[in-house]
Design a protein. Structure first.
Length: 183
């Protein structure tokens, strides 16, 4: 671990985070939840909001995939995703859903100006939906926009843990380019 220059739990908690929150909208799979925790740790994002019936730590199936990231990444629980979105909006977050929807912006076309205007201090929350139904329609109405991952094959959806990895990495890269945060 020393050779990999990994942070200790305490060093992680003290580190500057990218101002990104991942919101999980009624995600069923504990393995998907654990994977998002692990991705959030890898990219030093601010926190995760677990909403609705999304499982919460502690649970061995979450821990099995998270590999300890539930101990480093800050998380909170909301009984509904709309409740989380309203709380995030009150705290100044731009709200984006990862969803194939009319008017969605392809992830490879997304830039900081589209995401946050000219505000380099903008905080961003990104919502990942249920494995079958996606982001709830009522939640979509509250979003500033939708981000879509371009796909060229016969399948037009990705597992939420894969989608979270792709989108969170791209957002962190955009933020680092806009505000020059070290990763």
């Amino acid at each position: 671990m020393d050779e990999l220059n990994r942070k200790t739990v305490e060093e992680f908690k003290q580190s500057d985070k990218s101002p990104v929150v991942a919101v999980l909208d009624n995600v069923r799979s504990m393995h998907n939840v654990g994977s998002v925790f692990r991705t959030a740790d890898a990219f030093l994002i601010e926190s995760i909001c677990l909403c609705g019936y999304t499982p919460r730590p502690p649970h061995r199936d979450i821990h099995k995939t998270a590999l300890g990231a539930t101990e480093t990444v800050h998380w909170s629980y909301y009984s509904s995703t709309t409740e989380a979105v309203y709380a995030l909006k009150r705290n100044g977050y731009a709200i984006w859903a990862v969803e194939q929807a009319e008017g969605s912006i392809a992830l490879d076309k997304l830039n900081w100006t589209t995401l946050a205007g000219n505000d380099t201090t903008q905080k961003v929350a990104v919502i990942f939906g249920n494995e079958v139904g996606g982001v709830d329609a009522e939640v979509l109405k509250l979003c500033d926009g939708c981000i879509e991952i371009p796909q060229a094959g016969t399948k037009h959806s990705l597992n939420i843990s894969v989608a979270a990895g792709i989108v969170l990495w791209e957002l962190v890269k955009l933020i680092n380019g806009a505000v020059k945060m070290p990763l």
